[in-house]
Design a protein. Structure first.
Length: 527
């Protein structure tokens, strides 16, 4: 989907759902969270900050849905594999499933891995700090989203927790070794995402695009790509989502996932063959075969994102809830279902109301994406986020997704010589097919001049008409391929500079804002 198409959608959407209506729906969700937290915890002493924390958690979750989820479905929508409505529906379902099924471990890493709660002896001070962290992260993310800056929600909340913790107990409260690992993961995430995406795209180009018979190559490798995706998703789901039902190690889960992937391979293979039988033997037609795996990839990425980034919304809220309920500060807490629900439903509502805004950046403003490139980006982001979530490491899905887009773009620059080779080969095929078309047309003209035609003449005329139509369609597509190969592509350097600048400033900005909010709360609560 190009920028003009997205703009048309947004204009049409705004006519039916103006900004005030979207704001009203967002406020309605916050009111529901307020009423629930107030009625269910009304008898709990010192419950005011629990209610406030629930409201801020809901606000943060909606901002995550508006900003981060676009990274998951942007490639699919930008390449036209999914409509925007379909992408939002898939993302909403799988984001919620990921949050409820597999979000718990990362929540603990966010809550008590960045700061040492034991250094804050007063539970009220700890509650104020977590409240400030939530609000600062949400405010910074809201501001960044409003100006179209693709910042990381993980950066926002980690910066908020650090700033509020330092304001409450000094620099010693921060677990700097843990923060160092997190910072390292922010560097590794885009690099790993870019490498994996480039690897997928290189495999597709080498094994499919650069082959003479791309249809046969696609029939062989597209089912394998789908099967690999099924293996990844199944293994992750068994290890994380179903561990309460079946507790197995990684090897066993991998073998079970492999069995599922093999079954899916044999189901998908004839479907791909049936679809390819209707396609032309060219690059543009092959792209359509990646619609199905790209849809799967979008669903998988949304599930992984829900599991990983729900922590950003409910980690501090879980800490507030535990401190209020127990009047103490614990290093290990259980996550109540209502707290998880605030994060899950908040992400979905933010996605539905404000998600389309940042699809432009991921889908079309960094580099040109078609289905194959978008699949590589989405798959790399899914694999990287899943690995990070299994390790309990709060990586940035924004970094991974954008890194994947960079990887695809830079690979295309690196393979420029191969693209030129493709362009030259396409030109040669175009000229060859044009000559063949002229020869067939001359033969057809001569046959039609025969007055007393034999049966063989009529059969040959019908055959020539059919072959001429096919050849004309092929020449038309090859002319388009030549035009597309010569068009502007690769990574836009201005976008790279803007995104890196946003990444650098987010943590210190959120930290300073959190410290300011904490001191403001402290000034209000202590006359």
């Amino acid at each position: 989907m190009d920028i003009k198409t997205i703009n048309k959608f947004e204009k049409a959407r705004d006519k039916t759902l103006p900004g005030f209506a979207k704001l009203s729906l967002a406020l309605l969700f916050i009111v529901v969270v307020f009423l629930w937290s107030y009625t269910s915890n009304g008898n709990v002493p010192n419950n005011t900050f629990l209610i406030i924390g629930a409201i801020f958690g809901a606000y943060m979750a909606m901002n995550i849905g508006a900003n981060d989820v676009a990274n998951n479905v942007g490639p699919a929508v930008g390449s036209k594999a999914l409509t925007l409505t379909g992408a939002i529906l898939i993302a909403a379902i799988f984001e919620a499933l990921g949050s409820f099924i597999a979000g718990g471990d990362v929540v603990k890493t966010i809550k008590d891995g960045i700061i040492n709660p034991a250094l804050i002896s007063n539970p009220e001070i700890f509650i104020w700090a977590m409240t400030a962290a939530l609000l600062s992260g949400a405010l910074w993310l809201n501001f960044a989203t409003s100006i179209g800056a693709p910042v990381s929600t993980t950066h926002s909340i980690v910066g908020g927790v650090m700033g509020a913790g330092i304001a409450a107990a000094g620099f010693s409260i921060v677990a700097w070794d843990t923060v160092g690992k997190i910072v390292a993961s922010w560097i590794v995430s885009p690099l790993l995402g870019g490498i994996v995406a480039a690897g997928f795209l290189f495999f597709i180009k080498k094994q499919i695009i650069y082959k003479e018979d791309v249809l046969s190559a696609s029939n062989k490798f597209v089912p394998l790509l789908i099967a690999f995706m099924a293996w990844s998703f199944s293994t992750y789901l068994i290890l994380k989502g179903l561990k309460a039902i079946i507790n197995v190690n990684f090897l066993t889960a991998s073998l079970i996932g492999l069995a599922i992937a093999i079954g899916i391979y044999f189901v998908v293979k004839p479907l791909v063959a049936k679809s390819s039988a209707k396609l032309q033997n060219n690059r543009a037609s092959i792209n359509t075969l990646f619609n199905l795996p790209l849809i799967f990839a979008a669903a998988l990425l949304s599930f992984a994102h829900g599991a990983n980034d729900v922590a950003n919304a409910i980690g501090p809220l879980a800490a507030i809830n535990d401190a209020v309920m127990n009047s103490d500060i614990s290093s290990k807490v259980s996550i109540p279902l209502w707290v998880m629900a605030v994060g899950a439903f908040g992400i979905v509502i933010g996605l539905v109301l404000y998600g389309p805004k940042l699809i432009k950046t991921v889908g079309s403003e960094i580099t040109e994406l078609d289905q194959m490139r978008a699949y590589a980006v989405a798959m790399s982001a899914a694999v990287t986020v899943i690995i990070a979530s299994q390790l309990g490491l709060p990586v940035s899905s924004t970094h991974i997704a954008i890194g994947g887009v960079f990887g695809v773009g830079f690979l295309r620059e690196y393979l420029d010589a191969n693209e030129q080779r493709f362009l030259q080969e396409t030109r040669k095929k175009f000229k060859k097919h044009k000559r063949e078309l002229d020869i067939m047309q001359d033969e057809l003209d001569k046959l039609e001049l025969i007055e007393d035609k034999s049966k063989a003449n009529y059969i040959r005329i019908v055959e020539l008409y059919k072959r001429i139509d096919e050849r004309e369609e092929q020449i038309k597509q090859e002319r388009k391929d030549v035009k597309d190969a010569k068009s502007t592509k690769y990574v836009k350097r201005d976008a790279v500079k803007k995104i890196i600048a946003a990444w650098i400033i987010t943590v210190p900005a959120a930290s300073i804002l959190a410290a300011a909010i904490f001191f403001m709360i402290k000034g209000i609560m202590i006359p």
